[in-house]
Design a protein around this ligand. Structure first.
Ligand code: ZN
Length: 286
């Protein structure tokens, strides 16, 4: 299978983006694997610190290897990791990439944390990618009544191109996630709009691929604009969580006498697969 770095580089050159989809269990992983097999497209499966406390990376890795032998093209990412120790554990458990989240730290402290993780990555006996984040966009992948305090809504509060370039050069990261009007979670009082012009200027300024976090709640049209402006990876978590939870509720409500999990879970996996396949086609521009 092609190395993740090469897949991302090819996608960047072709103005396409990879989906980075979070899971909490093997049913959601099954849905992503079905979507990858059906579309013949590569995709990134992600587990945050909370998610991997329930569904360990090592378990996900074992299944990802099996799915890839069956024809899927899945890569594994340790999403939002806050310490060097947790990054080391994720490398040990077999991830292809790690998201080091120092976005709430001061610039120099963020750089120091990320640099340590980049150095650790270089000591692994296989290639691992390290992503850094600059600019706070919230931390909660849920439905939120209002925008979390501190998240940038005006362009002057968002990540500035020269600052992002300093961050990339000082850390040596492979991927970078800026604040561009995106927010983690879905904001019911009004989802902020993505700053497409700023994404374009950031992409011009830095050599490494740009990653868009907080994709949930954005429209397909916005995704296409962001990809055309220079985003190479798009994170979606909350929308997947909602589909899964609401799908299970509906499935159980529609078949109150069914007790076999493989019967009431199957339609939810198919619903998720259809959603993911649509996003994978959209992001890959095909
Ligand atoms: Zn994120």
């Amino acid at each position: 299978m092609q190395a993740l770095r090469n897949v991302i580089e090819d996608y960047k050159k072709q103005s396409r983006a990879l989906g980075h989809f979070n899971i909490s269990d093997s049913n959601q992983l099954e849905a992503i694997a079905r979507a990858s097999k059906e579309t013949h497209l590569p995709t990134i499966v992600a587990l945050s610190e909370g998610e991997r406390a329930f569904f360990p990376i090592s378990h996900a890795k074992a299944l990802v290897d099996i799915y890839n032998e069956e024809g899927a093209q899945l890569y594994l990412s340790a999403d939002h990791t806050y310490s060097v120790e947790k990054v080391a554990a994720a490398f040990h458990d077999g991830v292809d990439a790690v998201v080091v989240d120092g976005a709430q730290r001061l610039f120099d402290e963020n750089v120091a944390l990320v640099r340590q993780c980049v150095a650790l990555g270089k000591t692994q006996n296989r290639e691992v990618l390290v992503e850094g984040e600059l600019g706070y966009i919230g931390t909660s992948s849920t439905v939120l009544p209002t925008l979390p305090e501190g998240v940038a809504v005006t362009e002057d509060m968002m990540t500035q191109p020269d600052r992002l370039n300093d961050f990339v050069l000082q850390t040596g990261i492979d991927l970078v996630a800026p604040s561009v009007g995106n927010v983690h979670g879905i904001v019911t009082s009004g989802q902020p709009k993505l700053a497409i012009d700023l994404i374009g200027r950031l992409a011009q300024m830095v050599d490494v691929p740009l990653v868009l976090h907080g994709g949930s709640g954005s429209s397909d049209e916005e995704f296409v604009q962001a990809i055309e402006a220079g985003v190479s990876i798009i994170h979606i978590n909350t929308d997947i969580r909602l589909l899964y939870r609401n799908g299970l509720q509906d499935s159980i409500a529609q078949h109150p006498d069914v007790v076999a999990p493989y019967k009431f879970i199957e339609p939810v996996v198919e619903t998720l697969k259809a959603y993911l396949a649509q996003k994978m086609h959209l992001f890959a521009r095909e």
